[in-house]
Ligand binder design. Structure first.
Ligand code: ZN
Length: 248
């Protein structure tokens, strides 16, 4: 029976929802992120704000939340030339992939996460990769995750589980998942409405925008509003609000 987890936690909407899920299921949860000299360090700041809010607003989760690990992965910026690490505009490459694709990124992340999980005695690695409405990144595919789970389990002689709760759902369903997880969570005394509280927390403190825009505040959170990441988040929010209005 799996009791402990390591969450790949970047500070975005998806990984924050994954963190909430892990805290609802497991007894001890640690978090990991990678500094690969992203063009904008906004995400790395957002993740600290999210962790602080989780601790203050959800006491049951605070008790389970263990160490946070930030690994320096500057080498990734040296080997890849993408619009996430260099100051270049977004475009589609001849390969059919957007130039936000960092080759090998998730493979490296998972390998390092597994090495850390091994040392920390954590069984499950949780990641917010998704095949449903993303840009077709090959290292987010379910098959890639299953292959990594096998390779890491064999290579470290430890049975790892790579859990991907968002793999087959869209962004609207991700908002709904956050609402339901927050709704079931224990809250600080005198506070109510955990579902809306978690959604509000995600809107206010997580960061998804490729441009690192924290100036423009929309109903769904901060961002430029036009980059592919903002569009996905905004469209998911609009669909969730219009179609899957939660029962309160
Ligand atoms: Zn944006």
């Amino acid at each position: 029976m799996h009791k402990t987890a390591l969450v790949l936690f970047s500070g975005g909407q998806d990984s924050t929802t994954c963190l909430a899920l892990a805290l609802s299921k497991y007894e001890r949860v640690e978090t990991i992120a990678f500094d690969y000299r992203q063009r904008h360090s906004v995400e790395l700041q957002a993740r600290l704000a999210v962790l602080a809010e989780f601790k203050s607003q959800f006491p049951a989760w605070a008790r389970k939340l263990g160490d946070d690990h930030l690994l320096d992965l500057a080498v990734l910026g040296h080997v890849s030339e993408t619009s996430l690490t260099r100051d270049t505009a977004f475009k589609m490459e001849s390969s059919g992939l957007p130039n936000t694709f960092v080759p090998g990124r998730n493979l490296l992340f998972l390998t390092l996460a597994a090495a850390l999980a091994y040392r920390r005695g954590l069984d499950v690695i949780v990641t917010g990769v998704c095949e449903t409405d993303f840009s077709g990144y090959p290292d987010c595919r379910d098959d890639t995750m299953k292959a990594m789970q096998l390779a890491l389990s064999l290579g470290m002689d430890k049975r790892f589980l790579i859990e991907t709760p968002l793999m087959w759902i869209d962004k609207a369903a991700t908002w709904q998942m956050a609402f339901e997880l927050g709704d079931k969570a224990d809250r600080s005394e005198g506070t109510a409405g955990g579902g809306q509280a978690l959604v509000d927390l995600i809107v206010e403190h997580t960061h998804t925008c490729y441009l690192g825009d924290r100036e423009h505040r929309h109903a769904w959170g901060y961002g430029c509003g036009t980059c592919p990441a903002c569009e996905l988040r905004a469209n998911g929010w609009a669909k969730w609000r219009s179609v899957i209005i939660p029962t309160q």
